[in-house]
Ligand binder design. Structure first.
Ligand code: KIV
Ligand code: NA
Length: 268
């Protein structure tokens, strides 16, 4: 199969084909996900939780993301690779450029992802004009855990919803090539997606976005959240009824493409 690139992700959006994505952290899972038809993989800073076993993503370093990117990147025949810029690794223009350079040149990522709204526009533009494709992550932003105290659904009231719609617009104008929306009402996901010039990927953002992403360990029902009994509403156990892990990945891809996932029970 032809490797997925940014143009193909845009084409999928244009022809109404849903984009199916999972996080990934090592070679074995990368090969299986790639075979199963996952369109892009994310080296998520969620590795701080599902790999390191921590409570938050904030201790994750650029070294960690580079390490896991190097485990995954060489094994992708088809899937596109996105890597997270971890906490404070894009706090200044210089740091953002240096961190992105490492994720792309050493890690093999084809796009970097950062958290934040319009306040990140100058960083996004600085990277974009230098050839770094950027995905901007809006809505619930796990790197803000220490400022927020606790996490909840974002963009629930009208003012917050309008602000997020504006953020999405500003970030796309600044050169973001993709948007990711986490934990927002489905209706807000629909409005942002309809207005967006670039593909919009959701996690707990409803069925109207251009694609879905989930943490791999969550859909395999082995994440620490499962053990702690704190799986988020949008998570579905794709091992249920699957003969093996590859079948679970295939079921996920198929359910995203068909629109069977997310069902109303997974949405806000
Ligand atoms: O780190 C991560 O896994 C993520 C996804 C949940 C979108 O950012
Ligand atoms: Na992340």
């Amino acid at each position: 199969a032809k490797p997925v690139n940014i143009a193909e992700l845009r084409a999928m959006r244009d022809r109404g084909e849903k984009i199916a994505s999972l996080t990934c952290y090592d070679a074995s899972f990368a090969m299986v996900q790639d075979r199963a038809g996952v369109d892009f993989m994310l080296i998520g800073d969620s590795l701080g939780m599902v790999i390191h076993g921590g409570n938050t993503t904030t201790p994750v370093s650029v070294d960690d993301i580079v390490y896991h990117s190097r485990c995954v990147a060489p094994h992708l025949k088809r899937a596109f690779l996105v890597a997270d810029l971890p906490f404070l690794s894009y706090a200044t223009l210089d740091r953002a450029l240096d961190s992105s350079q490492r994720l792309m040149q050493q890690g093999g990522a084809k796009m970097v992802k950062l958290e934040g709204g319009r306040e990140q526009a100058s960083i996004v533009e600085y990277l974009a004009v230098r050839g770094v494709p950027v995905c901007a992550h809006l809505g619930l932003q796990p790197q803000f855990v220490h400022k927020m105290g606790a996490f909840k659904v974002q963009g629930r009231d009208d003012a917050a919803a309008e602000a997020m719609i504006h953020d999405a617009h500003v970030l796309a104008e600044a050169g973001a090539d993709m948007l990711l929306l986490e934990c927002i009402p489905s209706e807000l996901g629909r409005r942002i997606t309809e207005a967006s010039p670039v593909p919009v990927i959701g996690i707990g953002a409803g069925p109207h976005v251009d694609g879905q992403i989930l943490v791999m360990h969550d859909i395999l029902h082995i994440s620490p959240m499962v053990t702690l009994g704190r799986t988020p509403r949008f998570v579905k156990n794709f091992m249920h009824g699957a003969a093996d892990i590859e079948s679970a990945f295939r079921a996920y891809v198929q359910d995203v493409k068909s629109g069977a996932y997310p069902a109303p029970v997974h949405c806000f």
